[in-house]
Design a protein around this ligand. Structure first.
Ligand code: ATP
Ligand code: MG
Ligand code: FE
Length: 339
């Protein structure tokens, strides 16, 4: 069966075609980073308008690249939430209109389920059950995954998400939005142990995280020092080391507590090389295995939505048939555990 996936929850328009037997056939993406850059963050109205411009051309391109015709699609999966309501509505409208016209089922996909399952697009893929560390721009969660739709939240951030902390710290260091990747690049020029930053909630005994104090510690450092380029790189490295320490330690503690031996990383911060190498090193030390999405599927994309849709379709779960498609909705807020 062939599933078309549509992702428009934030500032990336992502489209993909996934075949349940042959895997990913194609994917197309447009990132709006340039559009929002001058505002230092995502402007919701601009995001929605650009999704309107991009979605249909990207769908045509994805079908062309996959060498399939519109009528060969068996179902359409779209991101129903969480995300920006206006942006979500673009994908929802197009998905539902197409499904109605083609008389095929539509699948309402949770954006975080997409992220969570994205490492399953790679080989070797993890097997259920596994522990997932979701580290994105809006979320930082440790989740026990028993199967598709069987998610237990073990802990999450009590304030900023890890990606958000990378972005805010990058901004303090004068880098463009979203600065996570640029901060990581700057950190490669940093000298170790020049600055010591806190590891908030390191010993909290639970699986929750806190990143806002870490960002404030960077702000204090910058205020109290005459900062030159080398020091900016040193601070970037100190910040990244602190974030990597916390994420690694809590993930390992959650593996120990749950008895799980597979750790799956998902979300944009999963592209961070320092985090990847540290997790590879620490998991191999305890005989566990860590799985990452391909770099291109760490941040928002259509492939993860098409894949989650395909998994749901195979399970005959959350599938809505054309007859019941007289109304649809999006969910700006939506807890993963309610799936
Ligand atoms: P959510 O999925 O929670 O709604 P989102 O979709 O905005 O949020 P993602 O697209 O998964 O989040 O990830 C974007 C985040 O990943 C940004 O905060 C970005 O700075 C961060 N990021 C991307 N690459 C890196 C990197 N190499 N190192 C650290 N952070 C990174
Ligand atoms: Mg984005
Ligand atoms: Fe995301």
């Amino acid at each position: 069966m062939i599933v078309l996936g549509i992702e428009t929850s934030c500032d990336e328009t992502g489209i993909a075609v996934y075949h349940t037997e042959n895997g990913l056939l194609s994917h197309t993406l447009f990132s709006q980073i340039e559009i929002h850059n001058e505002y230092g963050g995502v402007v919701p109205e601009l995001a929605s308008r650009d999704h309107i411009r991009r979605t249909i051309p990207l769908i045509k391109k994805a079908l062309q690249n996959a060498h399939i015709d519109l009528h060969e699609i068996d179902a359409i999966a779209f991101t129903q939430g969480p995300g920006l309501a206006g942006a979500l509505l673009v994908g929802a409208s197009i998905a539902n209109a197409m499904a109605f016209a083609l008389k095929i089922p539509v699948l309402n996909i949770h954006h975080l389920e997409g992220h969570l399952l994205s490492p399953l697009l790679s080989k070797p893929a993890p097997c259920f059950p596994f522990l997932a560390l979701l580290v994105s721009g809006g979320h930082t969660q440790l989740i026990k995954v028993k199967g598709i739709g069987q998610y237990t939240l073990l802990g999450e951030t009590v304030d900023d998400a890890a990606g958000e902390a990378f972005d805010k710290t990058a901004k303090l260091l004068g880098l463009d939005y979203p600065g996570g990747k640029a901060l990581a690049e700057l950190a490669t020029k940093g000298r170790p142990s020049c600055f010591k930053l806190p590891r908030p909630m390191r010993h909290s005994g639970d699986f929750n995280f806190s990143f806002s104090g870490l960002k404030t510690a960077v702000l204090t450092l910058i205020k109290n020092h005459e900062i030159n380029d080398q020091m900016r790189a040193d601070i970037a490295l100190a910040f990244q080391e602190a974030a990597v320490d916390i994420l690694t330690e809590k993930s390992l503690a959650a593996l120990a507590r749950t008895g799980l031996t597979q750790l799956v990383i998902a979300g944009g911060v999963g592209a961070n090389i320092a985090l990847r190498s540290r997790l590879l090193q620490e998991t191999s030390r305890i005989g566990a295995t860590v799985f990452f999405p391909e770099f291109q599927f760490c941040t928002d994309n259509g492939a993860m939505i098409a894949f989650a849709g395909a998994m749901r379709l195979l399970k005959q779960d959350t599938v809505r048939c054309p007859e019941t498609m007289n109304c649809f909705t999006v969910k700006a807020r939506w807890e993963l555990e309610t799936l």
